[in-house]
Design a binder for this molecule. Sequence first.
Ligand SMILES: [Zn+2]
Length: 501
Amino acid sequence: MATIREHYNKKVCYFYDAAIGESYFGEKHPMKPFRIVMAHNLIMKYGLYKKMKIYRPYRASKEDMFNFHADDYVIFLKNINEGFISNEVKELTTRFSVGTKENDCPVFKGVFDLAQISSGGSLSAAANIVLGNADIAINWSGGLHHAKKAEARGFCYVNDIVLCILELLKFHKRVLYIDIDVHHGDGVEEAFFTTDRVMTVSFHRFGDEFFPGTGGFNDIGAGKGKYYSINVPLKAGLNDDDYEKIFIPVIIKVMEVYDPSVIVLQCGADSLAGDRLGDFNLTLKGHGRCVEFMRRYNIPLILLGGGGYTVKNVSRCWCYETAIALNTEIPDELPPNDFSRYFKPITKLHIKPEKVPNYNTPEYLDQCIEHVYETLRNIQSVPSVQFMDSPPLFMSPESVSRLSSIRTSTPDSVQSLSPNTVQSWSPGSVQSSPNSFQSSVNSNKSSIQADSVLEISSDEEDNTTDTISSDINSIQTTSTDSAIDSTIMTVSENEYYDDYF
Ligand SMILES: [Zn+2]
């Protein structure tokens, strides 16, 4: 049974690839992957890098994606990576919901690269948790919870969370997935809807045709997975106090009943006040309280990103939650950073709630809690799992050889990220495993290609700044040069920035 240890210092691994900032969905599109670059910059400027291991993650291969996604869908995504739809694949756009006028998942240059970075980060997080290299692993580029097996949805193309959980399931009996994005975590729920090995718990806005429209009280799983999908459908205007009132009792009961051995927390930041798409009213403190609460359990934890469309607040939030993972207090005054002018006139880390009505009455919140308790009452005892010989970790022999070539073929990017001090992460550094499958994990050590993860040393702050500056230039170039197809917008520098803030 899980125990709570409040002041326990944890090993934190953080995964970041600056190339995520080069992904550009289009001028009017609310999804801005550059928010991850801004969050990383704040994290560095607050000095949080001194307290954790920072790695550039492995990039997921299409074979890794095949573990969940349909082969033809993944190959289609790879084929449109240059940012245009050739005649050969044109008829597939409707089938896969990519690049059509009706949906929100455009074709853009680097769409597959984005999926590789996002998924590679979450797979690397899983591998480091399994190896005992981390108590908490963070990938803010991940959390793309809407992607389906053969369909892009809600700005998500490849579901890094499902891939991550599938990896964890090789070594963990029960995985708990918690989703605090303002939208229902439908893609993850659907993937594990019929199994009791994963419990999904989603707190989200529901009703009034709010996207994606699923996640009501009666959405509880099916077959063997019946009662293992938990949904908390909420109304507009939810504030910090009410979020805490519902999150904590629900999670305490879930932990008591399900007793997971690892937790994946999707920290979508579109549940914050003032989000461009969401209509909850949380501050960083209310959102971060969920991270803080989960951290207190003595159970390995993976933190992922997700939605979040008011870019400066997303970066504030994920920086703050990195500090929470590290059990570190950071000042409210933002440090000088590469994006200082975009935070003005507010130079503080924390945000204020908006003056909007909260439609979640105390009676309604009680009703939500009672629904969850009622569902959980159907679970008699924690499910048992028989383990056969442990399966290999995620990297195939092909991936391993490819990774070796990547590392030697990209000396420039490695050099710019961390000159002189790039170190390889080594499984030999594993001290202990947080789970009971240490022996089986160790037997697989040799199958992990440690060179796939590059460590940034703790004195790299200024160099990373340089990297980010050069990334901005490359983004502008990329955006301008990618006008291969009419679906790709060209933007000037000013439009680019105006669009962001
Ligand atoms: Zn969302």
